[in-house]
Design a protein around this ligand. Sequence first.
Ligand SMILES: [Zn+2]
Length: 80
Amino acid sequence: MKTCIACGMPMKDPAEFACGDTNKDYCVHCARPDGSMQSFEEKRTGLTAFIVKTQGFDETVALEAAESMMKKLPAWMAYF
Ligand SMILES: [Zn+2]
C-alpha cells in the first residue's frame, strides 16, 4: 500500500490517487485540478485552513500544527 508523500494519507483505491493514477505518489486531495501536485505554499495554506475548520484552532496555532505535520512528510522535508 502506498502513502501520499504530501499528506500521509494511505491510498488503496485508485479513486484516492491523483487522477485515479496508482503510479502517482500523492493523493487526490494533494492534486490540483490539472493533476499536478500542489506546491508547498498551497498545501500549507490548505492544511492550515483545514485545521482551523476541523479543530477550531486560531490561525497561528493551526499554521504551526500544519508545519509540524508537513515536516514529517517526504514531499516537504526539504522545505524545513
Ligand atoms: Zn495527499
